[in-house]
Design a protein. Structure first.
Length: 238
């Protein structure tokens, strides 16, 4: 062990540098790899996700990871389904279709907020996995229970899922920003918007005093309620 000193004649032992040891790839499976991938992204951002970096994190050669995922896109699709599986964990459909859809949308949101870097990268994908199919069955069943049928049920299913994921991903991206940037975005509603000249922006001026109030509300819940109200209206019309 090398010796170091803070002044001449003072010799102390330096702390050993940690050595990441190679491990046998036998412990690897898709779940272990996805755990490592999500942890890496939440710690260092989505740009850190490479197979070589995953190999380093897991203590194996990156080719061992490639035995489980043929390429990065395969891994991203698996991570998409992992987020959905987390949303569905413990989920039980309610007797009322509206409560079922509300609960499921909130669960998707919570999963995206818990893994913002991962969600920002993969939430827009179609995983074609077991969790996605299970979620689709639940949502479509609820819409059929509401009274929608055929093409209209399919269209509302796509719109509802895209709305919930889009808003959740929007929040996830915002959560990855520095605190200072998020604070400035929040303050814009009560400062920049209210300072705009009324003669140039009369519509904004008419409601500027309420924009900060609306920013304090839960816009996800507002958007979700509006969508479900529209489903009720469409079902009644049908």
């Amino acid at each position: 062990m090398r010796k170091v000193g803070r002044y001449p004649g003072a010799m102390t032992e330096a702390a050993p540098r940690p050595v990441r040891r190679r491990r046998s790839p036998g412990f690897l499976n898709p779940e272990v790899i996805m755990d490592a991938a999500m942890a890496l992204m939440e710690r260092e951002g989505s740009e850190a996700l490479t197979f070589r970096r995953l190999g380093t994190e897991l203590g194996v050669d990156h080719t061992a990871v490639l035995r489980h995922f043929g390429g990065k896109d395969d891994l991203l699709l698996a991570l998409t389904d992992r987020l959905l599986a987390e949303s569905l964990d413990g989920f039980v459909a309610a007797a009322d279709w509206r409560r079922t859809l509300t609960d499921l949308a909130r669960r998707v949101r919570r999963a995206c907020r818990a893994h913002p870097h991962s969600a920002a990268l993969v939430a827009g994908r179609t995983s074609r996995g077991a969790a996605e199919f299970a979620g689709a069955e639940i949502v479509l069943g609820a819409l059929l229970q509401a009274g929608l049928r055929g093409r209209e049920a399919a269209s509302c299913y796509r719109a509802l899922v895209d709305t919930a994921l889009a808003y959740s991903t929007y929040e996830a991206v915002h959560l990855t920003l520095p605190d200072s940037a998020r604070a400035r975005d929040h303050e814009a509603w009560s400062r920049e918007y209210r300072a705009l000249p009324a003669d140039r922006y009369p519509s904004i001026a008419a409601v500027a005093g309420h924009l900060a109030e609306a920013d304090a509300e839960d816009q996800f819940e507002t958007a979700l309620a509006l969508f479900l109200d529209a489903v009720e209206l469409r079902a009644a019309r049908s």
